[in-house]
Design a protein around this ligand. Structure first.
Ligand SMILES: [Zn+2]
Length: 133
């Protein structure tokens, strides 16, 4: 992860790199870790990289424990009912609502034909990369 210049969320969704993290759970893990979705992998500290992966694991464990989210077709039970983890989401689908950590209005950005939800204060966008001379 930290050898790649690719943004962190793109890496979390890359099935060749890590398997099974969906769009909703990537947004939650990044919110919990306080990282912007577009932060390049090579600009993460080792602690931040470990942190976001740990959060991705716990987010999915929490979600499974509550039967998943109703947006997520993967998580329906044998009766076709969806879970209610979406009530516990801090990032996904919360554009304009206050951040659960700092109260700032959450933002949404277009991302790979989908959306990324993030707090502009807790998850600061990366500074543009300096061009080499
Ligand atoms: Zn915040």
């Amino acid at each position: 992860m930290r050898r790649r210049t690719v943004g962190i969320k793109r890496q979390l969704l890359d099935q060749n790199l890590v398997s099974g993290i969906g769009n909703i759970y990537a947004d939650e893990a990044l919110w919990r870790a306080g990282l912007h979705f577009d932060r390049p992998g090579d600009r993460l500290t080792l602690a931040q990289a470990n942190d976001v992966l740990t959060h991705a694991t716990t987010v999915m464990q929490d979600a499974l424990g509550r039967g998943g989210t109703s947006f997520d077709a993967l998580y329906v039970n044998v009766n076709g009912e969806s879970g209610y983890f979406d009530r516990s989401l801090h990032a996904y689908g919360r554009e304009g609502e206050p951040c659960d950590r700092c109260g700032t209005a959450m933002k949404r950005a277009a991302f790979m034909n989908r959306s990324s939800f993030f707090c502009p204060v807790c998850q600061k966008p990366p500074r543009p990369r300096r061009k080499r001379a």
